[in-house]
Write a new protein. Structure first.
Length: 156
């Protein structure tokens, strides 16, 4: 049997199986399905924020990604409030309620902030002050990552 006969037989077999012969209709191997699934999952970077239950704090809060494994999955996270680094286990969904923006004031660069205060930034959304770096700089944990903002600036 030569190549042309094999191709002819393959074309005759496809319609019986319900396939049209287009590449989009061909069955996908399990290996390719796994690779596509990995690519579709959200890829995190060091410094991004994820929700996790913090046992020492006793509440669910945003944690900062500290390290990733070879596959790009989160391996360790850091709690910005208590400073504890813990392992991150995928598949555990958050159980507590999300932070409410009703109790947080809009961000104002002239206002002085303390650690633990919340704010609503016009671009980044809801955030919590995690550290006062300098008299006029603060680190704020937003939904995507920690960002450094200015505060306590005099009005010009």
């Amino acid at each position: 049997m030569d190549c042309s006969q094999v191709r002819r037989l393959a074309r005759q077999e496809l319609p019986r199986r319900g396939l049209t012969g287009r590449s989009s209709d061909k069955p996908i191997s399990p290996t390719i399905q796994k690779e596509r699934k990995v690519l579709e999952e959200h890829q995190y970077a060091v410094g991004d924020r994820v929700e996790k239950l913090c046992v020492p704090c006793g509440e669910e809060r945003g944690h900062v990604v500290v390290s990733l494994n070879k596959r790009g999955q989160i391996s360790r996270v850091n709690c910005p409030r208590c400073g504890v680094k813990t392992a991150f286990k995928k598949g555990k969904t958050p159980t507590g309620a999300r932070h409410s923006t009703k109790n947080s004031a809009p961000y104002d660069w002239t206002r002085t902030y303390r650690k633990g205060q919340t704010m609503t930034h016009p671009t980044f959304g809801f955030g919590e002050v995690t550290a006062v770096i300098e008299p006029q700089k603060i680190d704020v944990l937003f939904s995507d990552k920690v960002r450094r903002l200015i505060h306590a600036r005099p009005q010009s």
